[in-house]
Every structure is written in structure tokens, then in C-alpha cells.
Design a protein around this ligand. Structure first.
Ligand SMILES: Cc1cc2nc3c(=O)[nH]c(=O)nc-3n(C[C@H](O)[C@H](O)[C@H](O)COP(=O)(O)O)c2cc1C
Length: 189
């Protein structure tokens, strides 16, 4: 399996406005692949403009926010690139689509990495942030997973939250749990 870098991908809509979404960039040699499932705004934008910016973040609240409806995070324009980055990014990469492998479910946009720039220091891995990231992915798959699987994943991830979260990671976790608990109630239990 290739390395996947979880990040926030920005693209431009037909009006030239930025659209942001959490996505995993698949590393393949020197190319990074953006693979959005159909239908998706990111996919449509990439087909139109062939450029994206990947923002690498360590803020768990941003991943949690995106999957629970908070998408209005601040962006910053870039001097030599048309697609803005996320303001809180530790680093960003400017990506240009070189070729597309079409697919009915999940096309793959092979990108050349034009430039990588660092904005803030990365101050180490954290288990609670990783747990929030896992729970955010889980929150996008609630309708595909059996109840028991959701419950057991949450029980495991909660350990890292209890042992290693700061206030921001706790807030991100609570936000995700509200969403996941609402789904549990809706789906009967
Ligand atoms: C950490 C993380 C990684 C994700 N990676 C992908 C991905 O690689 N492909 C994808 O289609 N959706 C992925 N998703 C879900 C998308 O963010 C979600 O479908 C989003 O709405 C993108 O669609 P949009 O471009 O229409 O906004 C991911 C979500 C999270 C939280």
C-alpha cells in the first residue's frame, strides 16, 4: 500500500472561488494522486482547472469541522499560484494535474508537485490528533459501517483522547461525537 498524506485540498470553482475538502493524497513515486469519489466538487473543479493546493495541518478541529459542516476556514492567496492555501497550514504543496486515470467511481488525478513551502513548525506527533483524524474518517462512513464496528472503533480511539488530548483535541472529539451519536440515535439505538 502507498503512503497517504491526509490534508485539506483546495481547488477553484468555475467562478474562481476556493473550495476546500479533506482528502488523502496518495504518494506514487514523485507524483501525488488526488482520488475523489464521484460525485464531488473537488473532482469537478479539478476537471475544469487542473490545479490544486494541499494544506498540511496539525489542527484536529479543522478535520473534525469539515466532516461536521464547518467549512469556512480562512484561506490565504499565494504569490505565484492561483489556488489559495488554508491559513493555519504548517506547510502547503502546489499541485498540477499531469494526467487523469478515469474511473466510474473514483478517478485518479496524477499531480506534479510544483512547490512545497513551510509556514509554521511541526511540533511532534500526538495520539489524540491521530484519533480525531480516524474518527473524522469514520464519521464520513457511518452509513456504510455496522453499528458494532462504529462502537468498537470509538471505544478504542477514546483511550488516546483521554490520555493525550489538549483542549482543542477534546473540542474536536466532542464535535465528532455529537455527529456520531446523532447517527446512532437516528439509526435506532
Ligand atoms: C481525513 C479524510 C480523508 C478523506 N479522503 C478522501 C479521499 O481521498 N477521497 C474522497 O473522495 N473523499 C475523501 N474524504 C471525504 C471527503 O472529504 C468528502 O467526501 C468531501 O465532501 C469531498 O467532497 P467535495 O469535494 O464535494 O467537498 C476524506 C475525509 C477525511 C476526513
Amino acid at each position: 500500500m502507498p503512503l497517504i498524506r491526509e490534508c485539506i485540498v483546495s481547488t477553484l470553482n468555475p467562478a474562481g472561488e476556493p473550495h476546500l475538502a479533506p482528502l488523502g493524497l496518495i504518494e506514487e513515486g514523485e507524483r501525488w494522486i488526488i482520488a475523489p469519489f464521484r460525485p464531488s466538487t473537488t473532482l469537478r473543479n479539478l476537471e475544469l482547472s487542473s490545479r490544486a493546493t494541499a494544506s498540511f495541518i496539525d489542527d484536529a478541529e479543522i478535520f473534525a469541522g469539515f466532516v461536521t459542516g464547518k467549512r469556512d476556514w480562512p484561506t490565504v492567496s499565494l504569490p505565484q499560484w492561483p489556488v489559495p492555501r488554508l491559513e493555519p497550514a504548517l506547510a502547503h504543496a502546489e499541485l498540477e494535474v499531469e494526467r487523469v486515470e478515469d474511473d466510474e467511481q473514483r478517478p485518479r488525478f496524477y499531480c506534479i508537485v510544483r512547490r512545497i513551502e513551510t509556514h509554521r513548525p511541526f511540533l511532534g506527533m500526538n495520539r489524540a490528533r491521530a484519533a480525531v483524524l480516524e474518527a473524522a474518517v469514520l464519521a464520513t462512513r457511518l452509513n456504510m459501517l455496522p453499528r458494532q464496528k462504529i462502537d468498537s472503533e470509538i471505544a478504542y480511539l477514546k483511550i488516546a483522547i483521554e490520555k493525550t488530548a489538549g483542549p482543542s483535541e477534546k473540542a474536536a472529539w466532542e464535535r465528532l461525537m455529537a455527529r456520531i451519536n446523532a447517527h446512532r440515535t437516528e439509526s435506532g439505538g
